[in-house]
Design a protein around this ligand. Structure first.
Ligand code: CU
Length: 440
């Protein structure tokens, strides 16, 4: 049991912890070396995607031009990983017992190294009651995505069936962790097959809103891969597929248009693309969940359960870019690989309130994590109900904002929580000064 200091607003008859992780027989150093040698090493989907996915010839040409795979969802897949729940593999028959009608609280913790999981329990709705250990207004969903370092508590009321399968499918759908909610030892429900791998969409390339744009608009949103080619002939179709088809009509593509970057972003080999008009994707349920036939979670649906301490308007704005070079497996903030020796930390005055905008100039999702603090997602909720979190997923090509009250003096790690992204340099130190202004 996990007991809060005060009364618990969440009523449950029993609770279980569900720790998500991966196991690999390969050492982390070997995996990192393979990633350095070829970004798609573990992406077995790429060998067959041209046969298995409903892409037109134009779509395929477009992706090929950008030297990208629309199936490039996770760096490391089930080719290297077995997905674990509480350390148990999918064949281990991990069981969570319940009595029919009980309210069961499941505390999901993504302790994985590299894997975003999509969580569902077919036949059983889940009510989200906590995010990153902070109470939220209950919201009922059928599936949710959890990034590395995130936690979600859900309440379920099993009983209509004798057993339910808890599915933790990796975001690239290359594998899953499995457990059973069972009303009696040995009771089992069907295990659903892996779903078809998701495809990246135009939104994942920072192309959100293209389908609403007017043709020839110079302010076209999206990643610029063009060599100054114009955007004429763009298809403004509404589905991801037809948007992609439209993209293929672009002539000449350039990997960078750095004129769009703030001056403190370093331009160099560590940065291979720029999101031209990054759209706030706080309302995105995560890769692969946009078109599932049931209810999903997104950050806009989270509200702090009770008003929190802070309602001040931020006095400063800060923008930090998530940057990378996919082919060379370089990852960084603002184009600069972390160096403890030469980097200036990100500085905050004590109790300073800052609105931080994160811009993802890459085509991968990143769970960005700050130590020592909870920040508030700027998600459309009233200021004092913005949900408190310590980790926020940045969708590919998108942006997200959080408000931070820097009230814990000292040095704190701020980084992508994907192990090999952090190791490659997507990391920085946040320094909060003492109340008297001195360095902590
Ligand atoms: Cu990352």
């Amino acid at each position: 049991m996990v007991d809060p200091a005060g009364p618990d607003p969440v009523q449950a008859d029993r609770e279980y912890i569900v720790v998500l992780s991966e196991f690999s027989e390969m050492s982390p150093h070997t995996i990192f070396d393979k990633l350095k040698k070829g970004e798609g090493y573990f992406n077995y989907n790429q060998n067959t995607w041209t046969d298995d996915y409903p892409l037109s010839g134009e779509d395929r040409r477009m992706w090929a031009k950008m030297r990208m795979m629309p199936t490039d969802i996770l760096d490391v897949s089930s080719a290297a990983y077995t997905y674990l729940l509480n350390g148990h593999g999918p064949l281990d028959n991990l069981e969570y017992l319940f009595r029919p009608g009980e309210r069961v609280r499941l505390r999901f913790i993504n302790a994985g190294a590299m894997t975003f999981f999509n969580i569902r329990i077919p036949g059983l709705p889940m009510t989200i009651v906590q995010a990153d250990g902070q109470n939220v207004e209950p919201v009922e969903v059928d599936e949710f995505q959890i990034g590395v370092a995130e936690t979600y508590d859900v309440v379920v009321t099993p009983g209509a069936q004798q057993a339910y399968t808890l599915v933790a499918e990796s975001m690239d759908r290359s594998g899953m962790g499995i457990a059973t909610l069972a009303s009696a030892p040995g009771a089992r429900a069907a295990i659903p097959p892996l779903r078809d791998p998701p495809l990246l969409t135009m939104a994942d390339m920072g192309m959100s809103g293209m389908d609403h744009g007017s043709s020839g608009d110079a302010g076209m949103s999206g990643m610029d891969h063009g060599s100054g080619g114009d955007m004429a002939g763009m298809d403004h179709g509404s589905s991801g597929q037809s948007e992609m088809a439209g993209m293929a009509g672009m002539s000449g593509m350039q990997m960078r248009d750095t004129s769009l970057l703030p001056p403190d972003v370093k331009v160099g080999p560590g940065l291979d693309m720029v999101s031209m008009n990054p759209v706030d994707r706080m309302g995105d349920p995560g890769i692969g969940l946009a078109d599932v036939p049931h209810r999903t979670l997104d950050y806009r649906k989270l509200r702090a359960l009770t008003p929190h301490r802070e309602g001040r308007t931020p006095s400063r704005r800060m923008e930090i870019h998530l940057t990378g070079n996919m082919e060379r497996y370089m990852w960084s903030f603002d184009g600069k690989k972390f160096s403890a020796v030469s980097d200036e930390p990100i500085r905050f005055a004590y109790n300073e309130r800052v609105r931080v905008k994160l811009v993802n100039d890459t085509m991968m999702a990143h769970p960005i994590h700050l130590h020592g603090h909870f920040f508030e997602l700027v998600n459309g909720a009233p200021a004092d109900r913005q949900p408190l979190k310590h980790t926020v997923i940045l969708q590919p090509g998108g942006s997200a904002q959080f408000d931070l009250t820097a009230d814990e003096p000292g040095d704190w790690a701020f980084h992508c929580h994907l192990l090999y992204h952090m190791h490659a340099g997507m990391f920085q130190i946040v320094t909060v000064a003492n109340p008297d202004g001195s360095e902590a």
